[in-house]
Design a binder for this molecule. Sequence first.
Ligand SMILES: [Zn+2]
Length: 338
Amino acid sequence: MVKKKLQVAPVTEKIKESRLRWFGHVMRRPENHVVKKCLSMAAAKGGRGRPVTTWLTNVRRDMKELGLSSDDAYQRTNKIKFTMELEKDCSLPFLDVLVKRNPDNTLGRTVYRKPTHTDRYLNGKSHHHPSQLVTVGKSLFQRAQRICDDQHLAAELQHARRALQANELRIPRVNQRSHIKIPTVERRPAILPFVRGVTDRISHILKRASIKTYFKPMKKMSQFLRPVKCNTPLQTAGVYRLDCECGLSYVGQTKRSISTRVKEHIADVKHRRPRSAVCEHVMDKANHSIKFDKPLVLAKEKRYIPRMLREAIEIKKYPNFNREDGFSLPPAWDPVGG
Ligand SMILES: [Zn+2]
């Protein structure tokens, strides 16, 4: 059922597919290629009995099954498709360059922005080190100078200036000479969060000792919010609890995802395989049913020892039908149990 839901091809099919793909890849190589030569070498003669199954025998069998000949290996699949972009208003975007066709059929270049671009950058009033704020303007100007031709440069710089103003950023001076000082002594740099009045002063002190400081921006609002794409807790490794209608529970742990483990429990019960305490409980006691639809995640833990300890603690906490108590805990943990 799981396989059907996820549209996963059976493993053997997957192996066949990759075997044939590699065979085709080798066959399309030039005749004198090492790997191809090896492939065409005659296999060593076997002794008596069934001939040895080689990799190539498998390929031949697979090809026969699928009705393919070795000529097919030379033909590329028609699944590969190409797209084409057409010139629009005498211009065509390529990466971040907009190539423009002039009336005299020469090509001009300017910066390309997607139609959805909002010109919103780091705001000048935000709590960042001045050098980080300056970089925004610098990079916009540098990009304009690198990409645009003389004809479009002025307009692009004007656009950048307006964007910087809208974001309350300082406009860098054009043709400003960058004066990069080569450090005389190499020291490991310091990485500090930027706190105005604190870490910028520390960086001055460090600079005297030839230590460069990199400022990390503080946490942004988005980092405090829940991520948009979020794994449901059932998709993590950890300790979980399954309740039975009789009031007893089962506490388990897994290093794979909890949902996978719960699915295994369901399959075991369905096929009456007494592989875990869950299935034994259902098989021993008539009319007991486990609430498989409500597995409870007690802890998310990938590391082995902490996970096993947590399981042992949780087993102590709930009335359960576990076969074992998990890790043996020191008696100091006894008060945890109800
Ligand atoms: Zn029960």
